[in-house]
Design a protein around this ligand. Structure first.
Ligand code: EPZ
Length: 422
């Protein structure tokens, strides 16, 4: 398992290109199952999770051709010969559950392994199943798999009222309802930009959908969908992550492709902490206003609130802030695993249930630390770049799931980051 070696100290100055969004691409790719026509995604990120989804779609009979080094995914599903998403693939990546809705909508039946939990939480899929049942699906849980059928071979439009906001369940519902017979209304829908991007792509394919980005989405099912070419939206979590690099190290970095509307709540917190964000023609330019950042409190919420996927990275910044910050994690039940690793680097953090109290220190110290999940891994790299001395982050396979070429992108701005193969 590879590790990453970081030598801390020194400002960061330069530009960082932001890739297409992993969490948009992972819901756009299953849309190929909704049509026999070619669906091509451009601006796709080059990540292991995308390769896993490619493998899963291939196991069903879809063709996914990766072009231009993985930035273009040319997909076609004219020959789906297998309707079972196997545990061995699904357990590696929870987003695999997103093939359930489109497969069921296209052919009236699907068998998908339950994804199981992950480091940050139990991650149930009950809301996905509730949504599909509202569209007439008959579901049976057997041997760790969901066996799904659409009576008469086609889903029916219906009313879906989510008791809590779920990104994935909203995506599964939209994918399934786009081919259902009749109208579907989704209440308490997730509002994330990745869902807006999915709707934009489905609309290009001929879907009739209104309300994306709001809490109520209406879908008029159609009999068939065509192909399309669609650019994956910028990754707001990669964007926020790299915006924190000059905030924690000093210097000035321009994130190419960055858009304020993708990171509104996050930018408000950066401003309160003493970090300036300037919109340029190419993206967002970030630097500290004057020296050490100030402590701020953070509460994670569904979009447009502060994203849970930036909580670990923000904690790394606040470990070096002047004052005490409280971070409240409201989305997942176990998303502070980066805290013990940051404490190894001299951070002062008390975790009680869903709250972490961070008392900022002047400097962190390099140490050997372990990545526990995707976003925790990159928070350790941010902390290490600002720390004194050397840090080695192990288990960086977590990192490769969501960040392409980290050492290159940070190295180009003056960071000392190198990968140690092992
Ligand atoms: C998506 O996960 C993202 N993943 C996550 O990003 C992100 O953290 C999360 O949304 C929240 O923004 C992808 O898009 C591939 P949810 P998802 O359903 O859809 C509970 C990353 O780092 N819930 O919005 O699984 C759930 O347990 C990853 O890129 C149910 O109870 O998240 C959680 O507490 C991590 N039942 C809350 O809802 C369900 O059926 C929000 O989960 C579904 C979810």
């Amino acid at each position: 398992m590879d590790s990453i070696l970081i030598r801390g100290g020194g400002e960061l100055n330069g530009v960082i290109p932001i890739a297409g969004a992993k969490n948009a691409c992972l819901t756009l790719m299953p849309a190929t199952l909704l049509t026999e026509e070619p669906l091509t995604l451009t601006n796709a990120p080059r990540l292991s999770d995308i390769r896993t989804m490619t493998q899963l779609l291939g196991s069903l009979g879809a063709e996914v051709v990766s072009l231009q080094g993985g930035q273009v995914l040319a997909m076609s599903s004219h020959n789906i010969h297998n309707h079972t998403a196997d545990y061995d693939i699904v357990r590696k990546m929870r987003a695999s559950i997103l093939v359930l809705g489109p497969m069921l909508a296209r052919d009236g039946h699907a068998v998908v392994s339950l994804p199981g939990g992950c480091a940050i939480g139990a991650r149930p899929v009950d809301l996905h199943l509730q949504a599909l049942e509202a569209l007439g699906a008959e579901l049976e849980l057997r041997d760790g798999y969901v066996h799904a059928k659409a009576p008469g071979g086609r889903l029916k439009g219906g009313m879906i009222d989510f008791p809590l906001v779920s990104v994935g369940a909203t995506e599964n519902a939209i994918l399934a309802a786009s081919l259902a017979k009749g109208t579907t209304t989704i209440k308490n829908a997730a509002r994330e930009p990745e869902i807006v991007d999915l709707v934009h792509c489905l609309r290009r394919m001929g879907a009739q959908i209104e309300g994306e980005g709001s809490s109520t989405i209406t879908i008029q099912g159609v009999d068939r969908l065509g192909g399309a070419t669609h650019p994956v939206v910028t990754d707001r979590i990669e964007l926020g992550t790299y915006m924190l690099a000059p905030a924690i190290c000093g210097g000035e970095v321009e994130c190419l492709g960055g858009r304020i509307d993708l990171v509104g709540a996050f930018c408000e917190k950066l401003d309160a902490a003493g970090v300036s964000v300037e919109e340029t023609e190419r993206g967002l330019k970030v630097k500290r206003k004057n020296g050490r950042v100030r402590a701020v409190d953070v509460v994670t919420e569904p979009f447009p609130g502060f994203p849970t996927d930036l909580q670990a990275q923000m904690m790394a910044l606040l470990c070096t802030a002047d004052g005490t910050s409280v971070l409240e994690e409201r989305i997942f039940e176990n998303r502070f695993m980066h805290a013990p690793e940051l404490i190894r680097m001299g951070a002062k953090i008390d975790v009680h249930g869903g709250h972490a109290t961070v008392t900022g220190v002047e400097t962190l110290k390099g140490a050997r630390v372990m990545a526990t999940d995707l976003r925790a891994s990159v928070s350790l790299i941010l902390a290490a770049m600002a720390a004194e001395g050397e840090t080695v982050v192990s288990r960086v396979y977590h990192l490769d799931r969501g960040y392409e070429r980290v050492e290159e992108k940070l190295g180009a701005c003056g960071a000392h980051v190198e990968r140690i193969a092992s």
